[in-house]
Design a protein around this ligand. Structure first.
Ligand SMILES: Nc1ncnc2c1ncn2[C@@H]1O[C@H](COP(=O)(O)OP(=O)(O)OP(=O)(O)O)[C@@H](O)[C@H]1O
Ligand SMILES: [Mg+2]
Length: 447
């Protein structure tokens, strides 16, 4: 059975240096199935300041953990791995279209979300203190554009196993941060930022519209990642301040970070009824209650506001990797909101968010939002005030906010139909409105 392994390091709360926390081993059976095992090291378990990697799977326990899900990966480790964009860069650099999970972990830079790190030595290497600077953005965008061009036209692609200079450029442009859009981590003004670039297939100025949506969400009382725009040549880039890193005297403090995908024990592709059932804000609310009991009274109404906001801007890309919990010290709590994108659609009657949140499943509708407000610790009256207040704010201000942050008139027209669409206000008691594909209400998962 071929086997690979690596050590897993962690930057503990209040520290800037890493310590070794455990060992991850990945075996492939003769039938080709991947089996992952993780064990916390004894010296780590003996530390008074040890912390769990996540509150649902790799909790502090002595027996080794074993998984056959996710190509043998554990949720908390997968959350630390590069995703579609970062993987593409590694595949190009290695000239290997399908590296193993461990190879992705070992070949990805240490800008990864959260507090974990990976390596082949028992002792963690000294942290690399240099990050790309905002000054490097021009070069980083150039590399990103080349990767996108090569994807579109493989004939023009760099040969597999790019030459040394290209590999070096790819390495510098690489990121362990998740998501599919071209991006890089850069350092500026004593902080780390996630820089999100334009993509040549974008129908409008995505970076600027993302900045506008974060600004609009802030105006709706939602706690959001800080963002600012920067322009490199003729390209707009949105800089999203990393909320999992805080500058300290000797480096960065790191918060642990776990996606809702991990919290829900869910799959990236919800292609079966069972998998789809887990994509649920209601179940997420239950998990947050369990994992973040200290902050649930703040976090659950906040989550409700985000669902409401997503419904009002038709953000149908609100999948479980676009939500996370954070732990700066011991306690977990909901992370600030990020990756908010409007999706202008033709459908006027019904639009569905990615995750279910009420009696009518994912239907982005006012009554659906109100139908399960208690699960978010809100009375009907409180929920009604939030929904109606936000509907008014977004209806009145989306255009002004967009224009204020420089979204063009043309782009505003392109995204206009995303905001406060007609079906949001439909009366679901009306039998003429199609509700037959409403999904069954998910119930709390037994643990
Ligand atoms: N401000 C932030 N601080 C720390 N981590 C962040 C921040 N913003 C995003 N992330 C992490 O980076 C990942 C990628 O960011 P984001 O979702 O914005 O990218 P994307 O490419 O637009 O994603 P998608 O594939 O969902 O469109 C997120 O899933 C989250 O784990
Ligand atoms: Mg995302």
């Amino acid at each position: 059975m071929p086997s690979e392994e690596c050590f897993v390091y962690i930057t503990l709360p209040g520290q800037t240096e890493r310590v070794t926390a455990g060992r991850y081993q990945l075996d492939t059976t003769r039938q080709g199935a991947a089996v992952g095992q993780f064990v916390y090291g004894r010296s780590y378990l003996e530390r008074k300041d040890r912390v769990e990697f996540d509150p649902v799977e790799l909790k502090i326990q002595v027996p080794p953990f074993r998984t056959t899900k996710l190509r043998g990966n554990f949720g908390a480790l997968r959350d630390s791995s590069p995703d579609a964009w970062g993987r593409k860069l590694i595949e190009t650099r290695l000239g290997n279209p399908s590296p193993s999970e461990i190879q992705y972990l070992l070949n990805s830079p240490d800008d990864r979300a959260g507090a974990l790190g990976f390596g082949l030595n028992v002792q963690p290497p000294a942290p690399v203190r240099t990050f790309n600077k905002t000054l490097d953005l021009a070069r980083l965008i150039e590399v990103a554009d080349q990767i996108v061009a090569a994807e579109k036209d493989p004939a023009a692609a760099a040969p597999a196993g790019a030459d040394a200079e290209q590999a070096e450029a790819l390495m510098r442009a690489g990121t362990s941060m998740g998501g599919a859009r071209p991006k890089a981590t850069v350092e500026d003004e004593g902080a780390l930022w996630l820089a999100k670039f334009p993509h040549r297939d974008d129908r409008w100025n995505n970076p600027r519209v993302e900045h506008a949506m974060l600004t609009l969400a802030r105006g709706c009382g939602i706690s959001c990642a800080e963002s600012q725009m920067t322009t490199i040549g003729d390209k707009d880039v949105v800089l999203i301040k990393r909320f999992d890193r805080n500058k300290a005297e000797k480096g960065y403090h790191r918060s642990r970070m776990v996606s809702a995908l991990t919290l829900l024990d869910a799959d990236d592709t919800p292609d079966t009824v069972d998998k789809r059932q887990k994509w649920s804000y209601l179940l997420l609310a239950d998990e947050i209650r369990r994992a973040a009991s200290g902050s649930q009274s703040k976090d659950l109404p906040e989550l409700f506001r985000r669902v409401c906001f997503n419904a009002l801007i038709s953000n149908t890309d609100d999948h479980p990797r676009n939500h996370a919990i954070l732990a700066k010290d011991q306690a977990w709590s909901l992370s600030p909101a990020y990756d908010l994108t409007p999706n202008p659609m033709i459908a006027l009657e019904r639009r569905d968010l990615a995750m279910a949140f009420g009696n009518w499943g994912r239907y982005a509708n006012r009554l659906n939002l109100l139908s399960q407000s208690e699960r978010f610790l809100l009375s009907k009256e409180e929920a009604t005030a939030i929904v109606d207040g936000m509907k008014a704010t977004i209806g009145e201000s989306w255009y002004r906010v967009c224009r204020q942050v420089g979204v063009s008139e043309r782009d505003c027209e392109l995204i206009r139909s995303a905001f406060v669409y007609e079906g949001f206000g439909y009366d679901l008691a009306d039998p003429t409105i199609a509700t037959d594909d409403a999904e069954e209400l998910p119930t709390t998962r037994p643990r």
